[in-house]
Design a protein around this ligand. Structure first.
Ligand SMILES: *[C@@H]1O[C@H](CO)[C@@H](O)[C@H](O)[C@H]1NC(C)=O
Ligand SMILES: *[C@@H]1O[C@H](CO)[C@@H](O)[C@H](O)[C@H]1NC(C)=O
Ligand SMILES: *[C@@H]1O[C@H](CO)[C@@H](O)[C@H](O)[C@H]1NC(C)=O
Ligand SMILES: *[C@@H]1O[C@H](CO)[C@@H](O)[C@H](O)[C@H]1NC(C)=O
Ligand SMILES: *[C@@H]1O[C@H](CO)[C@@H](O)[C@H](O)[C@H]1NC(C)=O
Ligand SMILES: CC(=O)N[C@H]1CO[C@H](CO)[C@@H](O)[C@@H]1O
Length: 372
């Protein structure tokens, strides 16, 4: 609808929508006494084979309650790093540093399992190029372990939450790291000093066999989980599988929004499970109204094949898995609301500052998606 209006009017509408959603979110922020201090986050993502990583990244990037220090990518496609940078730039974080595991490839996603899903990272990287790694500059990304060590060394003690929504190379690498120019501490010493919580999307609870633990290198998943020395909260397969999201963003989001485009490219207008976005909500805001812990005691054991099982040991009280406290419909509606709110706030900012280029991008996406 908005697309058919003259450009100037469209911008006014976008701008006023964005101002009202900004006002709404800062109200929320003030009335929610528990979250008045911004949460300091580092995200470790396999932004590649599922679009829900992009959804999670957007939630963190558009939340006024988050200070995003860095994003590390644990899948080695150059397009994953470039897409992370593009999304960060679009959602107001053009300076946030991005690291990626080496050696880089130019792999693109192909759904050889169900032959349904589409590739999105290269398209987002190209059409929304921006941030610290514009198109063609993937090799400029940080080494993820160096980036962890730099931002952790600079952070306040006990202040950082790490949201791991993919594989474990970089976290295992951080654990194995030793003193360097950024810090005289070893990896485990740095974690103990700076990290307040590790939040992991991976596994199934109380036991199961899930992709993030087995899909890449299960012995590194086991190494990271078993040796991590801060509190850990796990978000399992069962938490997000039935919480379907993205539909409202595709139907009602701004035409030039990269997350909306990513959902279209990936899912061809079907909703998706919300493993990573739910994990990110917990990392950002804690239990809130949506979550509760599924256990009081014990710890997670990850076997060499990537399967996991909870060990009920009453000597361990700093590991938990999450359960939904609400129905999947309520959780899904909350994610859809936040996707729309974040997308419109960024669209308003762009509309106020961007040039004709953005309008051409909108029109080309419009023609792409209005003739399915
Ligand atoms: C990926 O593609 C870019 C540009 O097309 C090229 O410069 C680069 O060498 C490629 N990288 C790899 C690892 O093939
Ligand atoms: C870290 O060290 C452990 C054992 O010392 C090893 O199994 C693991 O592969 C190492 N991690 C990385 C990312 O190399
Ligand atoms: C997992 O990572 C470790 C450390 O980098 C490596 O030695 C091992 O070969 C990897 N395993 C697989 C199955 O790729
Ligand atoms: C809720 O879960 C059921 C299956 O358990 C599913 O059919 C339904 O689509 C889900 N609804 C939403 C809004 O995610
Ligand atoms: C996407 O699906 C919804 C209903 O599920 C439909 O109303 C809408 O027109 C579709 N959009 C496109 C671009 O196909
Ligand atoms: C760039 C890079 O790969 N950095 C670290 C991430 O994890 C690997 C293990 O795969 C470490 O060896 C690297 O130090």
């Amino acid at each position: 609808m908005i697309l058919l209006l003259p450009r100037a009017i469209r911008r006014l509408i976008l701008l006023s929508l964005s101002l009202s959603s900004l006002a709404a979110s800062s109200d929320l922020h003030q009335t929610n006494g528990q979250n008045t201090a911004a949460k300091t986050l580092i995200i470790d993502t396999d932004l590649f084979s599922d679009v829900d990583d992009a959804g999670a990244l957007m939630l963190a990037a558009t939340s006024p309650a988050v200070r995003l220090l860095a994003v590390n990518v644990n899948y080695p496609s150059s397009y994953s790093a470039l897409a992370a940078s593009a999304l960060l730039a679009h959602y107001g974080h053009p300076q946030t540093p991005v690291g990626i595991r080496r050696p880089l490839t130019n792999a693109t996603f192909f759904d050889s399992w169900a032959f349904e899903l589409g590739e999105y990272t290269s398209k987002i990287a190209y059409h929304w190029s921006g941030g610290t790694l514009p198109w063609g500059h993937a090799e400029d990304a940080w080494d993820p372990v160096a980036l962890y060590r730099k931002v952790l060394a600079e952070a306040e003690d006990q202040s950082v939450t790490i949201a791991s929504i993919g594989f474990f190379e970089n976290l295992s690498g951080l654990l194995n790291s030793t003193a360097d120019a950024y810090s005289s501490l070893t990896g485990p010493e740095l974690i103990a000093a700076k990290v307040s919580e590790l939040v992991v999307m991976g596994g199934e609870y109380p036991s199961g066999y899930e992709w993030n633990f087995w899909g890449d290198n299960s012995s590194l998943a086991a190494h990271a989980v078993h040796n991590w020395n801060s509190p850990i909260v796990f978000s399992g397969f069962e938490l997000g599988v039935d919480v379907l999201s993205g539909g409202k963003l595709m139907a009602e989001g701004p035409a030039n929004d990269p997350l909306r485009a990513a959902y279209f490219y990936y899912s061809y207008n079907t909703t998706r499970s919300s493993f990573d976005p739910l994990t990110m909500l917990y990392a950002m805001e804690g239990l809130g109204d949506l979550f509760e812990y599924g256990n009081e005691i014990g710890y997670n054991h990850v076997a060499e094949d990537g399967s996991n099982a909870w060990v009920y040991d009453d000597r361990v009280t700093n590991q938990h898995w999450l359960k939904l406290k609400v129905t999947n419909e309520t959780a899904s509606a909350e994610l859809d609301r936040r996707f729309l709110e974040g997308a419109w706030s960024a669209a308003g900012r762009d509309a106020a500052t961007e040039s004709v280029q953005g309008d051409e991008r909108i029109l080309s996406l419009q023609s792409q998606f209005s003739h399915p």
